[in-house]
Design a binder for this molecule. Structure first.
Ligand SMILES: CC(C)(COP(=O)(O)OP(=O)(O)OC[C@H]1O[C@@H](n2cnc3c(N)ncnc32)[C@H](O)[C@@H]1OP(=O)(O)O)[C@@H](O)C(=O)NCCC(=O)NCCS
Length: 173
């Protein structure tokens, strides 16, 4: 296995979209392995790729995982409560760590960390913080982002009946 991390290109669109769809809460066989909530259309994924908002970890040509960020928070019902929470905390100079996913066959190998290292490299001059959101019952995701990636919990909010934790990565630490 030789993993390389770089911006996604349109060649990766199908793989990234499939990873997102397969790992949505309603599609995972066991929520203990983690799950995704934000579910953009395929044309939105294409837009994100073209705007260089996605980095992918690849094993040769196989997409083993991705990380989606937003430097301009999208104005939609999923992200509005997050942005509101961040404003309340008076955090400035941040971007959103919107979603990450590692293919089932590649988990437990530290690949998520590689994606975050790349994003840190790209954004640490421009931003101070990367802020993400993790639904309370996604225990593995919370464990990994706090203990492996080095994020810290900075707040919480409720959205569609679920409790969400706001987590922050200090890019300059
Ligand atoms: C959460 C997730 C991104 C972690 O990615 P990862 O690259 O496996 O992270 P790591 O390699 O750092 O693994 C960390 C932990 O995963 C667990 N793990 C280990 N092997 C595993 C495997 N084969 N399958 C699942 N989890 C495993 C372990 O608890 C490990 O921690 P440990 O090394 O201290 O025992 C990944 O599980 C995933 O994509 N889940 C589905 C989508 C999701 O929940 N995304 C986050 C949304 S907020």
């Amino acid at each position: 296995m030789e993993i390389k991390v770089d911006f996604a290109t349109e060649k990766d669109l199908d793989a990234v979209y499939s990873l997102n769809q397969e790992n949505l809460r309603e599609n995972v066989p066991n929520q203990k392995e983690g799950f995704l909530t934000f579910n953009p259309s395929k044309s939105d994924w294409k837009k994100y790729i073209n705007n260089k908002l996605i980095v992918v970890a690849k094993d040769k040509n196989f997409v083993a995982g991705y990380l989606l960020i937003f430097d301009e928070p999208p104005n939609n019902e999923f992200f509005n409560p997050i942005v509101k929470g961040i404003k309340k905390l008076k955090i400035k100079h941040y971007f959103l760590l919107a979603q990450d996913c590692i293919h089932r066959d590649y988990r437990g190998k530290g690949i998520l960390n590689m994606l975050y290292d790349k994003i840190k490299q790209i954004y640490k001059k421009k931003y101070h913080f990367g802020i993400g959101e993790i639904e309370e019952s996604n225990k593995i995701s919370y464990y990994v982002h706090i203990n492996k990636i080095g994020m810290e919990k900075i707040g919480e909010y409720f959205f569609e009946g679920f409790k969400w934790n706001l987590v922050s990565l200090n890019l300059r630490k």
